[in-house]
Ligand binder design. Structure first.
Ligand SMILES: NC(=O)c1ccc[n+]([C@@H]2O[C@H](COP(=O)([O-])OP(=O)(O)OC[C@H]3O[C@@H](n4cnc5c(N)ncnc54)[C@H](OP(=O)(O)O)[C@@H]3O)[C@@H](O)[C@H]2O)c1
Length: 356
């Protein structure tokens, strides 16, 4: 068999997170991801978490003691009043993002806000407008965008290596059995597959194709009324020949991979496409190349924290890697998906011959 010719992929332009300026971070809502963010920050960047605010003084104190954080507060307002930090990372359930980010911006601090940025595009636009008026940095913590392998994907696409875009497929599903006490299953906390897991395929498609239009979606809801499984088809004006096909679910372990197909070849991100890993580019002429992120468990969050630290230190209001327009575009697509899923569900539940 003839060995395939090698294709040299561009080296990543993403700098080592350890080289980013050191910031003093405050963390609001110390749950699962805030724990990972704090530990990663301390292990893999020059920045420190110096303050934490929970809704409970005890939880804040325990978190501070367990993660080397100097000061703890029993509410966000008391932490904002005390000050002594450069920026605030918000890691609450989706339903709380808008009010908490508003409070932090009103207090005059830059914000790194967990994905999904808000419940809908209206809330997102309001926060962006406030950040613009106050002259403050605001960024969605869509950590995948800042990974070296996403940088390589952007470079390969910009170079036109795979030709004209024809198709994009991305999947994110986890088997998360129904648990009424978990935020994922709670409508009032912004639960559901779409905002938690589906936001990754949506954001990936938006990064590659631009604004998603002509959004078609179907899905199922859990008994509690949050979306359980969602399938999306979408187009974009920037790549009129291409279609995106996205899936997300809370009910099954999906393949969690992504592929971008072009007229000259394809880009494949296997194994949790949204996390650190490999990029494979295969061309129709037989050439093939790979690039890999350094994979250190949990350290993927260091890249977003480093980007925020660089931008805040430079006095920028947003990052070119996850612009305000990108966030608005993703949230607008998510709104269109939700609307289509709800409409389809209503049709399915309406007995034949009846109209609603
Ligand atoms: N980047 C990633 O890889 C990643 C991974 C998972 C989740 N996330 C995102 O991070 C955010 C948080 O997710 P998580 O998994 O860390 O959630 P979590 O473990 O439930 O933690 C969220 C924290 O928010 C606080 N909170 C504030 N208001 C609340 C309310 N009304 N109800 C419940 N908790 C409230 C709670 O802390 P106190 O009660 O102590 O204040 C809670 O511990 C979400 O936006 C999610 O999409 C990102």
């Amino acid at each position: 068999m003839t060995p395939r010719a090698a294709l040299d992929l561009p080296p990543t332009t993403v700098a080592d997170p350890r080289e980013a300026p050191s910031l003093r971070w405050a963390v609001a809502s110390p749950g699962h991801i805030a724990t990972q963010f704090t530990d990663t920050l301390h292990r893999a960047t020059a920045s420190r978490v110096v303050a934490v605010a929970s809704r409970s003084e005890d939880r804040a104190r325990d978190f501070a003691a367990g993660h080397g954080v100097e000061r703890s507060f029993g509410s966000l307002p008391t932490m904002l009043e005390a000050g002594g930090f450069d920026a605030v990372y918000i890691a609450s359930p989706h339903s709380e993002h808008h009010a908490m980010a508003r409070a932090v911006l009103e207090a005059g601090y830059p914000v790194l806000l967990e994905k999904a940025f808000a419940m809908d595009a209206g809330q997102a636009a309001d926060l962006i407008d406030l950040a613009r008026r106050r002259g403050l940095f605001l960024m969605e913590a869509m950590w995948s965008r800042f990974l070296p392998r996403f940088d390589v994907v952007r470079q390969v696409l910009a170079a036109g290596t795979i030709g004209e875009l024809v198709s994009l497929r991305a999947s994110h599903g986890q088997h998360l059995p129904f648990d009424p006490s978990h935020r994922l299953h709670a409508p009032e906390l912004g639960g559901g597959a779409l905002l938690d897991l589906g936001i990754y395929p949506l954001s990936f498609a938006q990064m590659v194709m631009g604004d998603l239009v002509d959004v078609l979606a179907t899905g199922t809801l859990t008994p509690a009324g949050v979306d359980e499984t969602v399938h999306v088809l979408a187009s974009s004006r920037r790549h009129p020949r291409a279609r995106a096909q996205l899936e997300t679910t809370l009910a099954a372990q999906a393949t969690n991979d992504a592929a971008i197909l072009g007229t000259e070849g394809r880009i494949v991100l296997s194994d949790m496409f949204f996390a650190p890993g490999e990029v494979l580019v295969e061309l129709h002429d037989g050439r093939r190349g790979t690039a890999s992120d350094p994979v250190v468990e949990g350290d993927g969050l260091a890249y977003e924290a480093a980007e925020a630290a660089r931008r805040i230190s430079a006095g920028d209001l947003e990052s070119p890697l996850m612009t305000w327009q990108d966030t608005l575009s993703v949230m607008t697509a998510a709104d269109a998906v939700r609307e289509a899923v709800t409409a389809a569900e209503t049709r399915n539940q309406t007995p034949k011959g009846e109209t609603r």
